[in-house]
Ligand binder design. Sequence first.
Ligand code: ZN
Length: 167
Amino acid sequence: MSENLIIGDGLVVVLRYTLRTDEGDVIDASTAEKPMAYLHGADNIVSGLEQALAGKTVGFSGRVKVEPEDGYGEREDLPLETVPRSAFPADAELAPGMQFMTQGPDGEHAPIWIARIDGEQVLMDAQHPLAGETLDFEVEVLAVREATANELSHGHPHGPDGHGHHH
Ligand code: ZN
């Protein structure tokens, strides 16, 4: 086991974290039992958190505040797109914040989120729900390991131990 790896590009970092808004509302969390793994240098996580973790080692824990420009971007005043409820699978339980993928005219895929549901109309937002938010991460580095060749070519980790399944 390599226990003294210094976090940098090409390493898989396993984290426990709690993400709060600037107002203290918990948005997301991952526990030591179900940690989150990311591949450093591959844009798997917001840049502000990645930059704060660079150079750290296993056992680091602390608070990392990420401004919107280093998080999910500033929120711009863009119009929502209205999509009829019937465009979604009838049995899908739609809720604000759910992410879908759209395909543009050039075939490129882009994420889009449900902003709100208004009767038979679903209002979609091309901006991440956390755009404009200052992110307050409480993190602990549980493990750091070399990425496998497969993970490097995919640009993401295959779970904390490198053997996870994925889409
Ligand atoms: Zn993969």
